[in-house]
Design a protein around this ligand. Sequence first.
Ligand SMILES: Cc1ncc(COP(=O)(O)O)c(C=O)c1O
Length: 492
Amino acid sequence: MDFTIALDNHSTLPLHRQLYEELRRLILSGKLQPGGRLPSTRGLAKSLGISRATVTQSYEQLLSEGYLQTVTGSGTFVCSQLPDDLLSTSLPDGNTPMPAQPLVQLSSYGNNLLKTDYLVPLSNAESSNQNLISFRYGAPALDEIPLKQWRQLLSRHCRVTNREMFDYTNDTRGYLPLREAIARYLVQSRAVQCEADQVIIVNGSQQAIELVTRILIERGDKVALENPSYLDAQRIFLSNGAKLLPVPVDESGIIVKRLLDYSTATIKLIYVTPSHQFPTGAVMSLSRRVELLAWATQTGAMIIEDDYDSEFRYTGRPIPALQGLDQGKVIYVGTFSKVLFPGLRIGYLVVPKSLVSVVAHAKRLTDRQSPMLEQQVLTDFINEGDLERHIRRMRKLYDQRRQVLIQALQEKLGDRVTILGENAGIHLMVRLHTNLSDEDVITSAAQMGVELVTAQRYYLEGNGTSEFVLGYSNLSEEKIQEGVYRLAQALG
Ligand SMILES: Cc1ncc(COP(=O)(O)O)c(C=O)c1O
């Protein structure tokens, strides 16, 4: 190898992304010539002292972007025509090259977005394959959406007499009756302390976390978060220029004492998932909650509580939200993506009174308001009891699916599996005991028509090797059983 690659183990950027950047730089600078052969993934991993899966992830990203190509049986090569050449020099007739265009100067946000757009390949499975059984985490049971009631409510609100509801609204926080319904629900079911005035309707948790980050975080500010943690939250913080401080979790949630490892750092914000730590499923104990609030009060840090799927708890009593114990340090985030469907894009924030105005301004400048028709439909759906009925039905269904999955794993994999995250809402986290690398597990599973997601993608530090996140909510019992059967075959 006649080029050098510098990787930084202390960087917040994952190694596969650093390697991707380095290789891309070498290709664009001509140090790796078009047509040039790259070292094998095994060889490069060995010489850099990193895992082969990391190298494969970087190669796959470059392959998908058109920088590399594979020649079966021969290896991986730099493409003869690079995507950047195509963007800057080609003409429609392909004859005379145009002078290279000056590169567009991105803002630091734009550049951060590129840096944070890392995505560990989920699997090699073909998502168009009809026979594919995907354990990809995310969607609730899409076949079970109460479409009849939804359709009726939609037509109820699609009336000419309802004209002002199709106009701009004065209150960018959202439709007041919906905010009132959410506040009632949160007070009764989640022990959140709030009034409708503090509720701001947003387009899903994603927008909630983005808006909070924008109003609180300066470039270089420190944001602590659970390790492992939700990838899209990591991306929001990084794209806004934050420095991420990973804090380990155990079976009682985030280990608050470990925040003291960063004693010299001023932490501005901490992101936690107390009801169901994502993705391990750990429930934050009361003593940890009290400890976390005391730490925040002492240090001045704000807390984002992401309560994305607490409705799906199958044993024991519901756990009240962290926000309910709070004196103004917690920003509570909720979503209808799991209890209803993610395409709805409705979520909400409950913010301390002092922040209502600034968050409402941020929402207005971002997209003025969330769609009103859906907000009205959702209000009736909640107030007429449909949401509660749907959640009760889904809780039962997911509990059955979960039990089927656990039983199938135990029967078909026996001591080759340990279930780590049984308490998680609509997924399980497992550790597979096998001599195969994660990459090989994913590839063999894909060959059997099963899509598996590695937990590695959620770790900022450490690697989560052999851990997998199994989403089951959108799979029938038969599919779950068949999927585990195939997985057992794949593991040999
Ligand atoms: C931890 C966590 N928070 C929030 C969400 C939901 O995001 P949204 O409300 O933007 O659909 C998810 C979805 O997968 C999640 O895993």
